[in-house]
Ligand binder design. Structure first.
Ligand SMILES: Nc1ncnc2c1ncn2[C@@H]1O[C@H](COP(=O)(O)OP(=O)(O)OP(=O)(O)O)[C@@H](O)[C@H]1O
Length: 244
């Protein structure tokens, strides 16, 4: 089922971070969510996850149980004392239930995911000892075992080297080939142009949504920058009812 964003507004302290956004994300699409700093990209992902409340409008066609979410790496607490295997297994908690005990089948399933992100041999390593790229591989393995129809990735290749980006991009393209819906927040426009057929350019409001080569025109990018720069954090609360 597609994801329907109908006039979605998400506010912090009643000031909108995402503003009257309407879009349909087709099932099985690979969509980049792009825009300047402060454009509302992470806020929108959080709203899709149900972690931020939509203050106006609706998000339809998405169920939290069917969504895997990879937050920005800066938000991951590496000091939690768990191994790579335990981190990946935590992706199965919902399916396993309250016992959270790892059967040999779970172990094998996690091992396969760890292997497919190139981390074989790291199963027992504490995540605190991993490099940024290795941690990102482990987090992708966690998403793999979740086996969700919708996958939301917030800046997955920030501070990650070329080889890791290339390997994990293969994982993303496999998800896309499997007709899962993948949304990637990225500032890397050459990467987006190469990998993502569709983009949504956000500057709190939707500046453009559609084929990436059209969305990422100089004109649209300039407009997005201007819109975000012009935001007045102290502006009165928006009273607009619907996007123009
Ligand atoms: N928890 C919060 N409380 C108050 N304001 C917030 C909160 N989170 C984000 N904001 C504000 O909402 C706006 C959008 O932030 P958001 O993080 O969604 O943007 P972004 O496009 O993901 O930015 P970046 O590219 O820098 O990660 C910003 O003005 C930000 O300061």
């Amino acid at each position: 089922m597609p994801i329907f964003l109908e006039n979605v507004t998400v506010t912090y302290d009643r000031h909108p971070a995402v503003h009257h956004l309407s879009a349909v994300i087709a099932e099985g699409s690979l969509v980049a969510l792009v825009g300047p700093n402060g454009a509302g990209k992470s806020t929108l992902l959080n709203a899709l996850m149900g972690l931020e409340k939509v203050s106006e409008g609706k998000i339809l066609g998405i169920e939290r149980e069917g969504v895997a979410y990879l937050p920005q790496q800066a938000l991951i607490n590496k000091e939690i004392p768990i191994s790579v295997q335990e981190l990946v297994f935590s992706g199965l908690w919902k399916a396993v239930g309250i016992s959270r005990s790892m059967t040999p089948e779970h172990k094998e399933y996690c091992a396969q995911a760890i292997d497919s992100v190139g981390l074989s041999g790291f199963e027992k390593r504490q995540i605190s000892t991993l490099s940024g790229g290795q941690l990102q591989r482990a987090l992708f393995a966690r998403v793999l075992v979740q086996d969700c129809s919708t996958i939301l990735l917030d800046e997955p290749f920030n501070a990650v080297d070329t080889e890791t980006t290339r390997d994990l991009t293969e994982v993303i393209l496999t998800w896309h080939a499997q007709k899962r819906t993948v949304v990637i927040v990225s500032h890397d426009l050459p990467y987006v142009r190469e990998i993502c057929p569709t983009s949504l350019l956000l500057a709190r409001e939707c500046i453009a949504y559609g084929a990436t080569h059209w969305v990422l025109s100089n004109e649209n990018l300039k407009k997005a920058r201007r819109m975000v720069e012009a935001v007045d954090q102290q502006a009165p609360i928006c009273k607009r009812v619907k996007a123009a």
